[in-house]
Design a protein. Sequence first.
Length: 146
Amino acid sequence: MLKSRKFFLEYVSVLRCVTSTAFGGKNFSMSALDILLPNKFSVSYVTAPSMDIAEMIASRLVEKHLAACVNIVPGLTSVYRWKGAIQKDTEVLMMIKSPTESLKELTTFVKSVHPYEVCEVISLPIQHGNPDYLQFLYDATKGGKH
């Protein structure tokens, strides 16, 4: 146990040097170092049938601290197979930025308020980003500062 703790502390020390050098000499706290690690945050894509529904879902996700930010993109055309037939619909796309650890709760919530029988909720991990923006994502969801 002592060896692993020592290794961890050395790793954190090296990580502090690397991030400080890479990001213009900024000193990050331990929680900020965690924020810079890949896969801490994700972008989820959810489509909705209208702007009103997308805005309702987006607002509630932000209110519940499940998302820091939701971009809403209107005018999306989706072509898909549903119950044996090719369908084509105009939809609205939501791009939802959230902590990866909240994805299960986010998905459950979206399914509970979404009008589709099977709603799209797919997520991709954020591998890298502006450290200040990643801090904003953390503060708006977990830190409660924004």
